[in-house]
Design a protein around this ligand. Structure first.
Ligand code: DNO
Length: 408
C-alpha cells in the first residue's frame, strides 16, 4: 500500500517539508486554479511537478506527483447541456497532457452541483479535538429555511422537518450564515465555490434530470473518455458521493456497491476504475467496506482511508469524522482486504499491485488548532492517521504475523 498525501499546492499551509517528516511516499494533487472545463496545459502540470519535487530550501524532496485528484467533470457534462461536448474534448486533452507528464492515476467524481458536503467544519469532540460533521437536521434547516428550496420539506421525514425547524429557530444570524457557508461555499478540492443564488440556478437546471438520466449521462461520459484513458495506459477512478445519499432533491449515483458495479460493468476496462473512500461510503450502514473491497478489488485504483461515526442507524443520517481507527469502519479488516487484493495482483503479475492510499482527513489536534489549514486536511491529525494506518499495514504484512499471534 503506497502511502500518499493530498497537497493543495503552494498555498497549502501544510508544506512539502511537512509531508516528508510525516513519512509520505507520494503526492496527490490537482490544478485547483484551472476552471472546470478548461484543459490542463503541459506548462502548468510541469510547474506543479516541480513544486512537489522541491523542499523549502530548494533541495530535492524526492517526492513525485503520483495521483491526480481531482480532474473535475463539469456540470455541463453531467447534465449534457451547454458546452458538454467541448468539455469532453478538454478532458481528453488534460488526460493526454497528464499522461505525457508521467501521471497515470486520475480521481474524479460525478456528484451534481455540490461536491463533498458538511454542516460543521470545527465540531468539538470529547478529547478537545475538532472535526467535520454532517448534521442531517441542520442540513435540512439549510435546505428548507435558508435556501428556501421549493418543496424541500417533502424530501425529509417528518421528524427531521421538525428537528430542522427547531434547529433553525435556535440559530442566530451569524450561525445561519456559517451553516450556509459550510454547505455551499465549496470545500477544498471541490471545483467551484457557490453563492446561494448559484445553487438555486444550478438546481433549476437539474429539473427533469432523474437518477436514471444522470446515470446514463455518466455512462456516456465513460464511453467517450475511457478508451482514451485506456490507450494512454491511465487509470481513472471515480470517487463515491459524499455523503452517499441524495441532497437538495438531486440524484446521487455513486453511493453503493450496486452503483459501483453498474458503472464498472457499463464500460469494462482497466482504465475504468474506482476510488474506495471508506469515510464517504462508511456513513451508510448498508455499505460493507470489507466486502466491497473483496468483490470490487480489481477495479480499485485509489483508496481514501478515514473513519466516520454514524449518529443514527438510519440513512440518510448524521455522522461526524472520527479518528482513523475510531468510528464505525473496521479499519483493520479494510486494510486486510486491501492486502489480499494486492497479493492477488502480484500473483496475476499486475504492475499496479501497490495501491495508493491517502490518510483522508483528520481531526484537528495540538498545533492544528492554530494553523488553520484546509478543512479536513490538518498536518498533525492527518499524520497521526497515517501513522496509525501504517502501523496496521506493517503489522498485517509482517511475514511472521500469524506465528507471533499463535505463540504461547
Ligand atoms: C474530500 C475529498 C473530495 C474528493 C473529490 C474527488 O475530502 O475526498 O473533495 O477529492 O470528491 O473528486
Amino acid at each position: 500500500m503506497r502511502q500518499t498525501w493530498r497537497w493543495f499546492g503552494p498555498r497549502d499551509l501544510v508544506t512539502v517539508d511537512d509531508m516528508l517528516e510525516a513519512g509520505v511516499e507520494g503526492v496527490v494533487s490537482a490544478l485547483h486554479h484551472v476552471p472546470t472545463g478548461i484543459a490542463w496545459e503541459p506548462a502548468e502540470i510541469e510547474k506543479r511537478k516541480s513544486e512537489i519535487a522541491m523542499r523549502k530550501d530548494g533541495s530535492p524532496s524526492g517526492l513525485l506527483w503520483e495521483v491526480v485528484e481531482s480532474l473535475p467533470v463539469s456540470e455541463d457534462i453531467k447534465k449534457q447541456k451547454g458546452d458538454w461536448r467541448a468539455h469532453y474534448e478538454a478532458y481528453k486533452t488534460s488526460l493526454r497532457n497528464l499522461a505525457d507528464a508521467g501521471l497515470a492515476t486520475v480521481c474524479y467524481n460525478f456528484m451534481p452541483v455540490l461536491d463533498w458536503t458538511r454542516t460543521h467544519l470545527n465540531w468539538r469532540v470529547e478529547s478537545g479535538a475538532t472535526c467535520m460533521r454532517f448534521d442531517y437536521p441542520a442540513f435540512a434547516a439549510f435546505d428548507i429555511h435558508i435556501l428556501n428550496r421549493a418543496g424541500a420539506a417533502q424530501d425529509y421525514p417528518e421528524e427531521i422537518v421538525d428537528a430542522a425547524k427547531a434547529a433553525f429557530a435556535a440559530m442566530d444570524e451569524a450561525e445561519q450564515e456559517a451553516l450556509a457557508k459550510n454547505v455551499v461555499f465549496g470545500l477544498p478540492g471541490t471545483a467551484d465555490s457557490h453563492s446561494l443564488e448559484d445553487v438555486r440556478r444550478h438546481l433549476a437546471e437539474y429539473d427533469g434530470i432523474s437518477h436514471d438520466r444522470l446515470r446514463a449521462n455518466f455512462v456516456d461520459f465513460l464511453t467517450e473518455i475511457v478508451p482514451v484513458a485506456e490507450e494512454l495506459g491511465m487509470r481513472l477512478c471515480c470517487h463515491p458521493d459524499d455523503p452517499p445519499f441524495g441532497l437538495l432533491g438531486l440524484p446521487r449515483i455513486m453511493s453503493t456497491e450496486e452503483d459501483y458495479r453498474h458503472i464498472t460493468e457499463a464500460v469494462n476496462s482497466p482504465a475504468n476504475g474506482i476510488t474506495i473512500c471508506t469515510g464517504s461510503l462508511g456513513s451508510r450502514p448498508d455499505n460493507d467496506l470489507q466486502d466491497m473491497i473483496d468483490r470490487l478489488g480489481d477495479k480499485v485504483h485509489l483508496l481514501h482511508l478515514r473513519n466516520v461515526k454514524r449518529e443514527t442507524d438510519r440513512c440518510p443520517g448524521s455522522f461526524y469524522e472520527a479518528e482513523h481507527l475510531g468510528g464505525d469502519t473496521d479499519m483493520v479488516a479494510v486494510i486486510a482486504a486491501v492486502l489480499r487484493e494486492e497479493a492477488h495482483r502480484k500473483e496475476a503479475g499486475r504492475a499496479d499491485w501497490n495501491i495508493p492510499f491517502r490518510p483522508d482527513h483528520g481531526q484537528n489536534i495540538l498545533d492544528d488548532h492554530g494553523r488553520n489549514a484546509q478543512p479536513g486536511y490538518p498536518a498533525i491529525g492527518r499524520l497521526k492517521g497515517l501513522a496509525e494506518l501504517r502501523g496496521i499495514i506493517t503489522a498485517l504484512s509482517h511475514p511472521d504475523a500469524r506465528q507471533m499471534l499463535g505463540r504461547a
